[in-house]
Design a binder for this molecule. Structure first.
Ligand code: S3P
Length: 169
């Protein structure tokens, strides 16, 4: 079983991914972390030194490699992963895709605190952030909506409810 968690930055992919993998007793991977380990550089460094295009190429290569080498896993993707190349089709073909469709206000609260870790937000004034999230989310919705399962509210779910919602078990 391969489960791909997708959604905007700050939607809770890593938080839920770790818990889900633990409960299902299958390996957990965070695609951003795989990229950082392979490159030996932080994500802001990769963006600054090599550009987003290069980041997307490495992201795709590591996605393909995890799909190929892991028989079961929960993979927490980056916010942009499903929106480049044919990544969303690839994930859907190889497992269950889950979109954490977290409300914009919650994304805002979380991202304001973690802005510096994310190159796409780093130089943005706090006052511009909400408009940016709304616009970017609208661009990306097209990809996120292709997920097999869409979770609208994650905030007060227990891990058992979360599993029930996505696997209907
Ligand atoms: C990105 C999201 C980040 C990371 C990179 C680009 C995006 O991952 O992959 O900074 O394009 O939305 P998280 O969604 O885990 O923050």
């Amino acid at each position: 079983m391969k489960i791909f968690l997708i959604g905007f930055m700050g939607s809770g992919k890593t938080h839920w991914g770790e818990r889900l993998a633990r409960s299902l007793r299958i390996p957990f991977f965070d695609l951003d972390k795989e990229i950082v380990d392979k490159e030996g550089r932080s994500i802001p460094e990769i963006f600054a030194e090599s550009g987003e295009e290069q980041f997307r190429i490495v992201e795709k290569q590591l996605l393909e490699s995890l799909i190929e080498t892991q028989s079961s896993m929960v993979l927490s993707c980056g916010g942009g992963t499903p929106c480049f190349f044919n990544n969303i089709e690839l994930m859907k073909k190889n497992g269950l895709t889950v979109w954490l469709n977290t409300p914009v206000d919650i994304l805002m609260q979380r991202l304001l605190k973690e802005k510096n870790e994310r190159p796409l937000l780093k130089n943005m004034a706090d006052s511009e952030m909400k408009a940016y999230i709304v616009r970017k989310l609208n661009e990306r919705r097209l990809y996120y909506e292709q997920a097999d399962v869409i979770l609208e509210k994650d905030n007060d779910l227990s891990i058992n409810d979360f599993i029930q919602n996505i696997l209907h078990v």
